[in-house]
Design a protein around this ligand. Structure first.
Ligand code: AMP
Ligand code: MN
Ligand code: MN
Ligand code: MN
Length: 283
């Protein structure tokens, strides 16, 4: 029986999700997920727990992470699947990628202080599960909880995106390095939620072309971040570039996420699912 309900993108308290790996596994299984991957941002500290919990709930598991990359002055996310979670180069690369987050968070708080929002650093820290992984999401939760905004989308719109007081430009990993860490450790690299980037057609073409040159093999077609029309568009892009297709909710929290684990359309036919290429990496 082919796998249909694979959910290969979500976040736990190890990065900017609100649930533990165990609680996520339980929720995914209850929603009918057959093959699952936990893909915390720039961090694989939750992989053993996630795999064990997946197996306890009868799901198959692929290792996962979502690496922050800077490409053409924009942040792009590369999902890695099926790599060896003990690979030294992967561990070192992710450690380096996480490195600037503490300093960046201080600068975000300083920017927010200038518009009258005091103590945002300590405020955000209260929501952080992993001190090395303080992210904009944690600031967003603090600003909602303290009544400054009604939801996290409003926080991003008003405070945390380019040109807004709490936005701090940051250099993440290079595309080449991220794809290299993933593939050299036995995994498959996937361009996450391609519709989310504000690229011109030329820049997007460059992203897909360079990604392939470095050894990238997949693209998210069906994700919580895509409309139905965007899924159709990126199914076409997958065919054009000869990439396999991935599917993932990008679930972060029951309160904040519009798409629940496993609750999204199946991949369109005619595309090769990334998990077919990773058959020998599934545990
Ligand atoms: P960071 O890695 O600190 O830049 O934070 C990026 C995270 O912020 C993403 O992974 C999302 O979880 C969240 N995020 C980014 N943009 C938005 C948005 N417009 N609304 C809600 N969450 C967002
Ligand atoms: Mn996130
Ligand atoms: Mn992402
Ligand atoms: Mn994500």
């Amino acid at each position: 029986m082919p796998i249909l309900n694979a959910d290969l993108h979500c976040h736990s308290v190890v990065s900017d999700g609100t649930m533990t790996p165990e609680a996520l596994a339980q929720r995914a299984a209850a929603n009918g997920v057959e093959l699952w991957a936990l893909t915390d941002h720039d961090e694989i500290g939750g992989q053993q727990r996630a795999a064990a919990a997946a197996h306890a709930h009868g799901m198959k598991y692929l290792t996962g992470t979502e690496i922050s990359v800077t490409f053409a002055d924009e942040t792009v996310h590369i999902v890695g699947l099926g790599f060896d979670a003990e690979d030294p180069a992967m561990l070192q690369g992710l450690h380096a990628t996480r490195g600037g987050r503490g300093e960046r968070a201080r600068e975000i708080a300083a920017g927010l202080a200038k518009v009258g929002i005091a103590d945002a650093y300590d405020g955000a820290l209260r929501y952080v599960g992993n001190p090395e992984l303080i992210s904009r999401t944690h600031f967003a939760r603090f600003l909602v909880e303290s009544g400054v905004c009604k939801d996290t989308s409003e926080v991003f719109r008003r405070f945390l995106t380019e040109g807004k007081p709490g936005f701090v430009p940051h250099r993440w990993a290079s595309l080449r390095d991220a794809v290299q860490w993933i593939t050299a450790s036995g995994g498959l690299a996937v361009i996450a939620h391609p519709a989310r980037y504000r690229f011109t057609a030329n820049e997007e073409y460059a992203l897909f072309t360079e990604f392939k040159t470095h050894g990238g093999r997949g693209v998210e077609v069906v994700t919580g971040s895509h409309s139905a029309a965007e899924a159709v568009k990126y199914a076409e892009t997958a065919r054009e570039f000869g990439l396999a297709a991935s599917r993932g909710s990008d679930f972060h929290s029951p309160e904040e996420s519009h798409t629940d684990l496993g609750k999204l359309p199946y991949l369109p036919g005619q595309l090769t699912p990334v998990w077919e290429l990773l058959a020998d990496r599934i545990r």
